[in-house]
Design a protein around this ligand. Sequence first.
Ligand code: PSU
Ligand code: MN
Length: 285
Amino acid sequence: MERIVALESTVIAHGLPFPENVDTAFEMERVVIENGGLPKTIGIIDGEVRIGLQKEEILSFAKASDVMKVGTAEIAYATALKRNAATTVSATMFLARLHGISVFSTGGIGGVHRDIDWDVSQDIIELSRNDIIVVSAGVKNILDVQKTLEFLETFQVTVLGYRTDYFPLFHCRDSQYRLNLRVDSPEEVVEVLKDKRRLGIKGGILVANPIPEESAIDFDEINLLVEQAVLSAREDGIGGKALTPYLLSKISSLSDGKTLRANISLLINNAALGGKIAASPVWTV
Ligand code: PSU
Ligand code: MN
């Protein structure tokens, strides 16, 4: 049962442009398999929850512009009103766990937005409730990283640095944010989850897996782009669910696609680690 690795669909429908989104989604599935896992991309089609979208369904999500973006709070709306919906980290975690899945690979989780009053992602709340392993490359510095880390702690989310002592910043490997928990193997990640469950401690494990060295971008370089993007989001009056996709596409165009290439590389890297974690021999629960 633990061989399954959940993958989200918001990154396909709202996070990456076409055709990179569909290529990346397929490549992530391939890499999960290569590392011993069984990929299931999660989404909602005509109100039906799908644990494992078909290739054509992934392609239609990648091309469509009318697919909803749903967190856990909006799942029941999408199912009741028979909508097509891409699931964010929170919704994917919830649906994965409901179907007995314990491992989920994504790019970056949502968190506390910067320079905007009170935009805090549902992802953090779901991580505090749901005992599943989420592999991410940390968070983007389109967010307020310090506040995001503080929220994760407040909500009792276990944050593990994977072969690192620092919280990675998505496009950047290095950061000034020190982590106090480090693991060095997929087995250690599984053992931590097993003990959370054994002790009855609620909530998930966020595995912070740094982007591969060769695709990483310098902090100063990315920070400049983000500052510009946050500024134009303000000028354009962008907020709510549109904000994260807006910032992502803005920094990609400002960087001539360099951030897009980094994004793809870390997604594939996280799919590989998810596959290894799922295939670990130490699972017993
Ligand atoms: N961060 C990324 N790429 C993404 C997302 C976040 O680098 O595609 C998506 C994920 O699905 C995440 C969601 O769960 O955005 C968070 O959106 P919001 O900030 O609206 O909660
Ligand atoms: Mn938000």
